[in-house]
Design a protein around this ligand. Structure first.
Ligand SMILES: Nc1ncnc2c1ncn2[C@@H]1O[C@H](COP(=O)(O)OP(=O)(O)OP(=O)(O)O)[C@@H](O)[C@H]1O
Length: 263
């Protein structure tokens, strides 16, 4: 079952065509990588998919169910989050002055069942749901092994844990599709290994489809089933990790950087 389809999306900034005729179809449960050299347009693609930028051309369809695709290009980011797409950012965007727990607890508010009237009057329904949210937030923090830090300010967590907290917060919005922008950036090899296992675990546990941008080729080649490669805003290759790692266009785009690591 298809979850997302981007058909020929493009965007220009002034004279620069940052992404050109980008196509992508994601099927339910897939884990797909988006790679490419610095400045290739990867984050710009994420920004178009999540409503931060509106494509100048093309169409983006999000499938809440198989028969009802919704056109999401031009929607606001919070509307897209509500539909079931969550993301993390290359430059971590936590509420740094809030606690770890509150960062996740607040994200549950995308799906609260109580109405504003009940929240103003602080009814039983409000308190019950808030208590449930705290419980669910703590369970998410447990998965990411940061539950014992729940009362610390987000800004006091080490970098790797801030990245994990961002993923936990994204999951709290109850997404069907999760977009991760360089989840392993700044992590050491052991943390990256642990993160790979976590990503695979949450994909299974939360029945997610995942699209990730990553420069760490161990991670990309190790967990992605399919990879799209961008260079100068255009897809230059698509396929399995083993096909991608041998593709001459990809090797050239990376100018001799080590593309293959263990695939
Ligand atoms: N808001 C913007 N205004 C002008 N140019 C932009 C804007 N956003 C992105 N760009 C340009 O679009 C191009 C693609 O940038 P993008 O950040 O998407 O690349 P990337 O592949 O994510 O790179 P990196 O791996 O370094 O994060 C770059 O030339 C960038 O300068």
């Amino acid at each position: 079952m298809t979850v997302l389809k981007a058909n020929n999306i493009s965007i220009s900034f002034g004279g620069l065509r940052a992404v050109s005729n980008f196509n992508l179809t994601l099927e339910q449960g897939e884990l797909v990588g988006l790679i490419g050299p610095n400045g290739a347009g990867k984050t710009t693609v994420f920004n178009m998919l999540t409503g931060v930028y509106q494509p100048t051309e093309g169409e983006i369809l999000f499938y809440r169910d198989s028969s009802n695709p919704e056109s999401i290009a031009g929607m606001k980011p919070y509307q897209i989050t509500k539909l079931g797409m969550a993301r993390t950012f290359q430059n971590i965007r936590l509420f740094k002055n809030l606690t770890v727990l509150d960062n996740v607890r607040i994200a549950f508010h995308f799906n609260v069942r109580y109405n504003s009237f009940q929240s103003i009057l602080r009814t039983g329904a409000f308190y019950r749901e808030e208590a449930e949210n705290v419980q669910k937030a703590l369970e998410l923090l447990e998965i990411f092994n940061i539950r014992e830090k729940s009362n610390e300010l987000a800004m006091n967590l080490p970098y790797g844990e801030q990245r994990k907290l961002e993923i936990a917060r994204a999951l709290a919005t109850n997404p069907k599709l999760l977009l991760l922008d360089e989840p392993a950036a700044g992590m050491n090899p052991q943390e990256t290994q642990d993160l790979m296992k976590l990503i695979e675990f949450v994909r299974r546990e939360f029945h997610l489809t995942i699209l990730l941008i990553e420069h760490d080729m161990n991670l990309v080649m190790g967990i992605c089933e399919r990879i799209s490669v961008l260079d100068y805003g255009q897809i230059i290759a698509e396929g399995t990790p083993s096909i991608i790692s041998k593709d001459p266009k990809v090797i050239t785009a990376y100018l001799g950087e080590e593309v293959v690591t263990g695939a």
